[in-house]
Design a protein around this ligand. Structure first.
Ligand code: CO
Length: 333
């Protein structure tokens, strides 16, 4: 059984000036600092320092070998999603980055499996870019957990998710574009508090809106970072659904815990107790190894918490690879 890491990111070594391609300004740029180091810039602000692990396939494969990982799902870095731009701009940027991702994964497409990005603010363009990318070799899609003020239950996103289900394409949901405030802007609060809360809200939006009641059960959907706060607070959400059906439970047929089989989560939680909570609440079939490689808030060695956790051997094997093969639609291969 191959060991599969379902949560990693890439950044290309470079890209053309996005203002020249898509128009507008304030686009992410890359500042090359050395052969193996660069910085993603937003205007004149440093967004994130990165290394060649973001773009160098040999470096990635060496790190995977060191960590005992056979397959990496290689997803976009959310700062490039561009959902706040015009649909056409976002479609142009998505196509550019999706093609650059294939350059990174081309030599080992069965070990580095690219997931594409789409202009999620426009369902037609998103479906078209998905189809184009899958035809070119992408194995799934990573989407942000919201489009401005629209959550995953918005008509356009649900249309896109239907399309993914029809095509048998797995969908990985990553938090991004977290709320900013003086309180959340200290100590990386957007990452430490905002991301888990955002992901929790996205799961609840699909449940409480009734979107899961309408979406086909064949949709393969996974949430980053252990599904955020959802597993810990599923009981609170269930209680609220029963106590205030008029408000909380008006649009969904069942309480939140009834929908747990409809999605998976990754293992990027860094603690044995948290991983066991995910397995206890969601079930061992719903948790897949992920690392968030190669970023500082990622896990190295990838899969460490799954390997160390107190789990049945069969569950550990499922978390390390079996569940991911099902998510990726590879069980028949
Ligand atoms: Co990530």
């Amino acid at each position: 059984m191959p060991v599969v890491d379902v949560h990693s990111h890439y950044v290309p070594r470079g890209w053309p000036d996005l203002a020249g391609i898509a128009g507008g300004d304030g686009w992410p740029m890359i500042r090359v600092d050395s052969v193996s180091e660069a910085t993603i810039m937003l205007g004149d602000k440093e967004f994130r320092r990165i290394t060649d692990a973001c773009w160098n396939a040999d470096r990635r494969l060496a790190d995977m070998a060191a960590d005992g990982v056979d397959v990496q799902v290689v997803s976009p870095t959310p700062v490039f999603f561009s959902y706040g731009r015009s649909p056409r701009q976002a479609a142009d940027v998505a196509a550019l980055f999706n093609d650059l991702a294939l350059d990174i994964t081309a030599e080992q497409p069965d070990r580095l499996m690219p997931f594409c990005q789409v202009p999620l603010q426009d369902a037609d363009l998103a479906c078209a870019e998905l189809d184009r990318s899958i035809a070119n070799g992408h194995r799934g899609v990573e989407i942000g957990n919201h489009v401005g003020d629209a959550d995953l239950d918005s008509d356009g996103v649900v249309t896109f998710l239907h399309h993914c289900a029809d095509r048998g394409v797995p969908v990985f949901v990553h938090p991004w574009d977290m709320p900013q405030s003086p309180r959340l802007d200290r100590w990386m609060g957007q990452w430490l508090v905002g991301m888990p809360a955002e992901t929790h809200l996205s799961v609840l939006a699909l449940v409480l809106s009734g979107a899961f009641d309408r979406l086909p059960e064949s949709l393969r959907l996974a949430f980053a970072h252990g599904g955020g706060s959802f597993a810990f607070w599923a009981g609170r959400a269930d209680n609220a659904w029963h106590q205030r059906r008029d408000v909380v439970g008006a649009d969904s047929e069942h309480p939140p815990s009834a929908y747990i089989s409809r999605f998976s989560v990754d293992s990027v939680v860094f603690s044995d107790a948290a991983l066991r909570l995910l397995v206890d609440v969601l079930g061992a079939e719903q948790v897949m190894m992920g690392s968030d490689y190669p970023y500082p808030f990622g896990e190295r060695p990838a899969g460490d918490v799954v390997r160390r956790a107190t789990l049945e051997d069969s569950d550990r094997e499922a978390l390390l690879g079996g569940n991911a093969l099902r998510f990726l639609g590879m069980t028949g291969e």
